[in-house]
Design a protein around this ligand. Structure first.
Ligand SMILES: Nc1ncnc2c1ncn2[C@@H]1O[C@H](COP(=O)(O)OP(=O)(O)O)[C@@H](O)[C@H]1O
Ligand SMILES: [Mg+2]
Length: 135
């Protein structure tokens, strides 16, 4: 895997030297600061608790991995805000009943406390969880 470097020296963070844009989707209200570029999504949490996505990602069984957006890198800013990076995924919000059943099983199996229906969407015909929700 290619090493990913994040720099926070300007208002908009850079990923591998490339500037990001604040994400302006309708789904992001109370949560983390989300920045995107064509390749990556960067999530920065300044709420003082750690959203340890990487430790969740690492215990997902291989057969379930297609249902989770991978965590490619994780770290802390100089201000000790936790950040994580995922690939940018094209999300489709037409959540199906069948997909919801799959997600419900994954929530039970991996004990995802905060995986409400704004934290997953559809991708390539199956559900994909992008916020592992361990608040
Ligand atoms: N990997 C991703 N690819 C594309 N869009 C994403 C991705 N992860 C999150 N998003 C978008 O950003 C929004 C906020 O992300 P989320 O992980 O739920 O953060 P939080 O709930 O902490 O604000 C989501 O509703 C979704 O629209
Ligand atoms: Mg969320």
């Amino acid at each position: 895997m290619k090493k990913i470097t994040v720099t926070f020296d300007s208002k908009r963070p850079k990923i591998n030297g490339r500037i990001t844009n604040p994400y302006s989707g309708n789904q992001n209200n109370s949560g983390r600061h989300v920045y995107v570029n064509r390749e990556f999504v960067l999530k920065v949490d300044d709420r003082g608790f750690s959203h340890d996505d990487l430790s969740v990602w690492e215990i997902i069984e291989p057969k379930d991995r297609k249902y989770f957006v991978p965590i490619l890198a994780q770290g802390y800013t100089d201000d000790e805000d936790a950040w994580s990076i995922q690939p940018y995924i094209k999300l489709n919000w037409n959540q199906t009943q069948e997909a919801e059943e799959i997600v419900d099983e994954l929530i039970q199996k991996y004990n995802l406390h905060d995986c409400h229906d704004e934290n997953w969407a559809m991708h390539k015909g199956h559900p994909i969880i992008f916020d592992y929700g361990m608040v």
